[in-house]
Write a protein that binds this ligand. Sequence first.
Ligand SMILES: [Zn+2]
Length: 309
Amino acid sequence: MRFPDGKSLRVERLSRKWARVKLSKLGWVRFRIHRSLGGAVRSVTLRRDGGHWSLSFLVDTGRAEPGVSLARGRIGVDRGVASAVVTSDADAGSGAGFFDRKFITAGESERYVRLQRRLVRARKGSRRRQRIRAAMATIMRRVRRRRADFQAQTARRLVSGNALVVLEDLNVRGMTASAGGTAARPGRMVAQKAGLNRAILDKGWYGLEMSLRNAARTTGARIRKINPAYTSQTCPGCGQVDADSRKSQAEFGCTCCAYTEHADVVGAKNTLAAGHGGYRTWSPPGIGRGREASTRPPGSRRATASAAG
Ligand SMILES: [Zn+2]
């Protein structure tokens, strides 16, 4: 539930930990304050997550968005098979550029699967069923919080030092599933995990994109999305496109030249190549020429064509 009219919203601090806000129809709502608001309130959103209620405030910090990033780097980001997020400058040897985090502990996942089984047997509308649901919701909430932390941290790392971050556009991926090389990366949901639902295992690609856009607002970095077709099959060394170059989920070995690399890193490299076609990083006024390529819509055809090379 959103309360948009910021000017009429009154927020009062009650103590170090508690504050209250006056919401239309609801009146005064007391809440635990986790950090200072740091700006004029624009709107308030009231959410319910299981038995927990939360309020989030959209504030105007008065800080203008930087128009252009002073960083010079550019980076491609791939949804990895082994790791959640892999960057174009990743090093399979040292593990740098491979971002992942387990959102659920072994104990929690065991417990969750057990609860799921018990839920099936519990009578509809019973107290027992309510208790089981609440216990499942608690685990889900922890998973969501860890995922949000992971996304925010990863986003900050990706944005820092980079003027351009290129991502796969998953909407495009969905539409071109057969051509998009998804056949070469089967089964993110393996059988052993079948007992856990998708919401728990999801690495949160959309959430990462949101976090990136959020983090980019403070640095001026650009986020661009490209059509991921052939990004897993194209050789960054010679440009040959061949599904057979993808030797396994983790291995890429070009069938044409001798290029070998971790398959996820290849995906990220090709994503970057597709996204920075025509892109210039910032240079002092008067030196650069040509228009900013980012005025084109993200994932445009021209960028895609250079990826398919
Ligand atoms: Zn090659």
